[in-house]
Design a protein around this ligand. Structure first.
Ligand code: TYM
Length: 329
């Protein structure tokens, strides 16, 4: 069967970009026949940023509750917390002994910090911990341990999946055929979801629309979406980010066509925002209720994740044995 795997790190509340690029396609793939799906919370990746225990715990539960509220079925998927699977960290170390340091130097997230430090005239590695630097190796272990075929992600994670492939190829060359080479699955339409200001929606730009805010907060956020000064009555270009791009995934084909016509006919920005709010709120109403119920019952989440970790470890064990044998242990 085809193995589908993806993870989200608890560095902020799950937002519309995470949902559209990763969660939604992952759940769609999981529902197809002949698929084994592994979805997980990349909590120890999150530790590279979040170093506050209460916040870390809350954000971790938040991601778990989000997946479950959106319909993940823990009976038919393997749903776990990364840190509950020690094999991942053993593999991560082994892979780090093969991964060229230069490959990490070129990883976008690390390079962005080095470049910014350069601009600021600061030491290149200022603010970089070793976890952040070796982040792609841990991600390679996440992916390779389970012999993943497909990794549904947004565009920003493509490089990481390519690094995982590179490391797998290197290992196979040195120690013999051991790992399957994974492929990323990126949807053209949802590769980069724009945030409130039109730039990529990102926790670090502070421009996100968290999925499960109360309706009133969601409404306020949507009203903050950046638009230009085209007055009501004048035609507007739906391709200008981000308003229409955010509307489309939450609307039906028919609604999208009506909205296109409204843009041409000069709908006001505030009316277009109102339509976006209504479409999103209608979709989110029920999952939001489930999310809130789950967040009020962390013991239930713990029980589900515990069961998922047992399944994940059972899948990991034979592959880890194979790796240990391959290296001569
Ligand atoms: P993370 O937690 O930053 O994001 C989770 C998923 O959301 C996608 N994404 C977006 N896609 C389109 N437009 C956006 N504005 C946007 N913002 C976020 C990300 O591409 C990602 O798919 N390193 C990963 C977590 C991870 C992982 C893994 C993923 C750890 N191990 C193994 C897949 C497989 C990350 O930081 O995602």
């Amino acid at each position: 069967s085809t193995i589908v795997l993806t993870g989200i790190k608890p560095t902020g509340k799950v937002h519309v970009g995470n949902y559209l690029a990763a969660i939604k396609p992952a759940l769609r793939m999981a529902a197809e026949p002949g698929r084994t799906s592994l979805f997980f919370i990349a909590d120890y990746h999150g530790l590279t940023f979040i170093q506050n225990n209460e916040e870390f715990r809350e954000l971790t539960y938040g991601i778990a509750a989000t997946w479950l509220a959106l319909g993940l079925d823990p009976e038919h998927t393997v749903f776990y917390r990364q840190s509950d699977v020690p094999e991942i960290f053993e593999l991560s170390w082994i892979l780090s002994c093969l991964a060229p340091k230069g490959l990490m130097n070129r990883a976008h997230a690390y390079k962005a910090i080095v470049d910014r430090n350069g601009m600021l005239g600061a030491d290149a590695d200022n603010g970089v911990n070793m976890g952040l630097f070796t982040y792609p190796v841990l991600m390679a272990a996440d992916i390779l341990l389970f012999q993943s075929d497909l990794v549904p992600v947004g565009k920003d994670q493509i490089q990481h999946v390519e690094i995982a492939r590179d490391i797998a190829e290197l290992f196979n060359r040195v120690f013999g055929e051991t790992f399957k080479l994974p492929q990323y699955a990126v949807d053209e339409e949802t590769a980069v979801i724009p945030g409130l200001d039109g730039r990529k929606m990102s926790k670090s730009y502070n421009n996100t629309i968290p999925l499960f805010e109360p309706a009133g907060t969601l409404h306020k956020l949507i009203n903050k979406i950046k638009t230009d000064s085209t007055p009501p009555g004048e035609p507007k270009n739906p391709e200008d980010p981000p308003l229409f791009a955010l509307y489309k995934p939450f609307a039906s084909e028919a609604q999208i066509e009506v909205m296109r016509a409204s843009y041409a006919n000069g709908i006001s920005w505030s009316a277009a925002k109102q339509e976006l709010f209504q479409a999103m709120d209608a979709f989110l109403e029920e999952p939001r209720r489930k999310y809130e119920d789950l967040m009020a019952d962390p013991a239930q989440i713990d029980a589900i994740l515990k069961q998922g970790a047992a399944k994940a470890r059972a899948l990991a064990a034979p592959q880890m044995d194979k790796v240990r044998r391959a290296i001569g242990r």
